[in-house]
Design a protein around this ligand. Structure first.
Ligand code: GLN
Ligand code: ZN
Length: 758
């Protein structure tokens, strides 16, 4: 029985790729040196996997930026603007597509969006009507040769054509992008032919099979793969589906003329038996039994049993064992971690350790003795199951004693709004911001010094207070109505809270690629969550003490904490989220008790937590909304609850947003030209809304008139008593001068509009 992974992290254990890319972009290093680092990393990744016991080594999973961008580049899907700007080929074109080029004669980057339900971002292909495809770049063939020359058995990996088309957008004129499939299939065939001369396995990633497919797409699958089969009869084709089961698409998938189907058993085992039944006699199954996107050790007994079950039914030649999805989404190597508590560390496995697990599973199934490893695995599972670090009876009890009142405000919004108006004394069209203010070099340097132990806590906190005071002064001068403290104490909106909650731990080097050279280090939720002490109260209290106006409390919501952490796999996500909600609830209560009259609970990740299949979305939204409500409804009527969301398809989840029953929601809107207001008006959104009227992702300073115009448009669909004036998102990535100038204009826009109303 063969083993494989669907892909390996690209960055390298010391984020070598990040460093190489960034110095290349700064023109500090040459193209040759970048390409050398890339080749070294590929070789190193193959070596690590091979040594761990992986037979088929992925080639094509590596990328200098993103694998979907690679595929666009590979098949000549290059938007015209790059050609017009003078980019014709090579790395300069590739990076211009990825990142744009600033300045005069510059060109905009392609859009980036989330890869399925992960925090990885891919570059959205832009298809035009009549788009021609051809093999513009066949470096994957060279890389296959590279792997062979180094002595490895390669398996070429590329996105499948249906997934590739599904992830793209049609530009210029509206048209059906699936009309392009035949042409795309031709181009794929040209490449597949070349690849089939060099390797015996080709993996085509088709995770759209984990989503709801319409008839057109299903037909597309049949046509494309029939054409592939006819064109390359001898190479082994594997379709890789992951991030979900095949579900309704299982019949379709098993009917396709390919040599193997990959199933993500981590995301669901219930169709496993049916898969074994339906799979055709000349087809193999690849079993994703090791979680590619979380950090926990595999339960080896379970994995071995599942793989054995398949081998007993199909025979060992028709079974492969592998990772559930690409290991791209897990950190590289646990051996780099020296500070994690040893007990917790004994429960973890990163990409390299996961490869070892896959190798062990194969050994066991192939009849080798791995009893000592199985024993160790059982011990790790057992220690995790029983550890007092994981289980906190007080948390369980508290959750069990919750009742429906704990999810409800005391009075409905209309009544609350009156008491809040009295309590806060804000004008019509109140102005506010989303929370963070510029995180300057000085601030970052200060934080670093503190973390490195060069300054003590008193010096650090004293400086933070100075920064908060300065931030308040500036907001007062600008004339904002509801102020914020500016969040200088946080480098990250999840990590800051995670560090203060029981049940969380942190890695030193657990980096995961987010996009391009950007990596994130998600904290790990290993146990029951609770909040030993207030987390933000002293900062808000201080801000209030130096302010003549009201200051909003500022928290990260439970769903966002969950989505941006590595989570437990020993209980449902909804359970973990509920625990997070209780911890936030405690903070909300303490803020109110400290006199804070408005509290914002950010949920930018609410939309991205949405399951891929429509049938699962309602259930998610139900518990996600319940968790937000659990976190927020502890307050009295006169305390105003705000929430903030950005970059999500509000239309899809508008009724759930309303169910949150936040008094005020602020969100991203200016880039879509206020389009989302239609959603709010059609739905008749009942509470207060602050559509962002200033795009904080651009350094441009919008004029007062332009923002006043956006406000007038907003007033056509949202009653003025329920309209707020604010930017799109937090200002932490901006510089002070532009932030101040823009906010001054924003305040002016509110004044102009108020005058018009009078
Ligand atoms: N309060 C956060 C900030 O202003 C919100 C960030 C976000 O929406 N991602 O930075
Ligand atoms: Zn935001």
């Amino acid at each position: 029985m063969l083993t494989h992974t669907l892909g390996f992290p690209r960055m390298g254990g010391n984020r070598e790729l990040k460093k190489a890319l960034e110095s290349y972009w700064k023109e500090q290093t040459s193209k040759e040196s970048l390409l050398k680092t890339a080749a070294d990393l590929r070789k190193q990744n193959w070596t690590v996997q091979h040594e761990a016991g992986i037979d088929l080594l992925p080639v094509g999973d590596f990328s200098l930026y993103d694998h979907i961008l690679d595929n666009s580049f590979r098949f000549g899907v290059v938007p015209e603007r790059y050609v017009e700007a003078g980019y014709s080929s090579g790395l300069s074109l590739y990076f211009a597509m990825a990142r744009g080029e600033a300045g005069e004669g510059g060109v905009q980057a392609m859009e980036m969006t989330k890869w399925f339900d992960t925090n990885y971002h891919y570059i959205v292909p832009e298809f035009t009507r009549g788009q021609k495809f051809y093999v513009a770049d066949n470096s994957i063939v060279d890389q296959v040769r590279e792997a062979k020359a180094a002595g490895f058995t390669p398996k070429a990996v590329l996105p499948g054509p249906l997934t590739f088309l599904s992830l793209g957008k049609s530009v210029k004129v509206e048209f059906n992008k699936f009309d392009l499939l035949p042409g795309l299939v031709e181009a794929y065939i040209e490449l597949l032919k070349d690849l089939s001369k060099e390797c015996s396995w080709i993996q085509l990633d088709e995770p759209v099979l984990a989503t709801d497919l319409d008839e057109e797409l299903k037909d597309g699958f049949k046509n494309a793969y029939a054409a592939f089969r006819a064109a390359v009869p001898d190479v082994k084709l594997m379709i890789a589906n992951y991030f979900g089961t095949y579900g309704e698409n299982l019949e379709l998938a098993t009917s396709l003329p390919v040599d193997a189907l990959h199933a993500d058993l981590v995301r669901g085992c219930d169709e496993f038996e049916r898969l074994l039944e339906l799979v055709s006699p000349d087809m193999a199954v690849s079993l994703g039994v090791v979680d590619g996107r979380n950090v926990w050790k595999t339960n080896l007994d379970n994995a071995v049993n599942n793989v054995r079950r398949a081998v007993d039914t199909l025979g060992s030649e028709r079974v492969l064992a592998g990772s559930s999805c690409s290991l791209l989404h897990s950190p590289v190597d646990l051996d780099y971690e020296n500070k994690i508590d040893p007990e917790i560390k004994s429960w973890l496995a990163f990409a390299r350790q996961k490869c070892v697990e896959i190798g062990l599973i194969a050994k066991a199934v192939n009849g080798e003795d791995i009893s000592s490893e199985l024993l160790a695995s059982r011990k790790a599972q057992e220690s995790r199951r029983k550890s007092p670090r994981v289980h906190n009876p007080a948390v369980t009890e508290r959750i069990q004693s919750l009742n429906s009142d704990d999810y409800k405000r005391q009075a409905p919004y209309s009544q609350r709004a009156k008491s809040q108006r009295n309590n806060l004394g804000l004008p019509l069209l109140p102005t506010t911001t989303i929370g963070s203010f510029p995180q300057t070099h000085e601030l970052r340097a200060l934080r670093r010094k503190y973390k490195d132990g060069q300054i003590d806590v008193d010096v650090y906190e004293g400086k933070l207070k100075e920064i908060i005071k300065d931030c308040i002064n500036r907001q007062e001068k600008i004339g904002l109505d509801l102020l914020v403290h500016g969040e200088p104490e946080r480098n990250d909106m999840v990590e800051y809270f995670g560090e203060q909650l029981d049940g969380y731990c942190f890695t030193e080097n657990g980096w995961v690629q987010s996009y391009g050279s950007r990596c994130v280090k998600p904290p790990v939720i290993f146990g029951d969550i609770s909040r030993p002490e207030p987390m933000t109260v002293k900062w808000i209290q201080y801000a209030r003490s130096v302010s003549s106006r009201e200051v909003k409390g500022m928290l990260t919501g439970p769903v966002t904490m969950l989505c941006w952490s590595f989570v437990r796999d020993d209980q449902p996500r909804s359970e973990t989220c509920r625990q997070l909600a209780l911890a936030i609830r405690d903070e909300v209560a303490d803020l109110e008790a400290a006199g804070v009259k408005a509290i914002q609970i950010d949920e930018p990740a609410l939309g991205e937590g949405l399951p891929l299949r429509i049938s699962e979305q309602d259930n998610y939204l139900k518990w996600a909304v319940a968790c937000f409500r659990l976190a927020s409804t502890v307050v009295r009527n006169e305390t105003q609850i705000h929430t903030h969301m950005c970059y999500c398809d509000f239309g899809k989840i508008i009724s759930s947003i309303a169910d949150l029953d936040a008094d005020v929601i602020s969100m991203e809107a200016s880039r879509s030209d206020m389009e989302l207001l239609h959603t709010f008006s059609i739905y008749n959104y009942p509470n207060e809304v602050g559509p962002g009227i200033y795009d904080i992702h651009s350094p441009r300073i919008p004029s007062a008139d332009e923002m006043a115009e956006l406000l007038s448009r907003a007033m056509m669909v949202i009653p003025r008593e329920r309209l707020w004036v604010n930017p799109d998102c937090g200002l932490k990535t901006r510089e002070w001068p532009e932030a101040e100038a823009s906010l001054e204009n924003m305040v002016k826009a509110a004044e102009i509009t108020r005058k018009k109303i009078n």
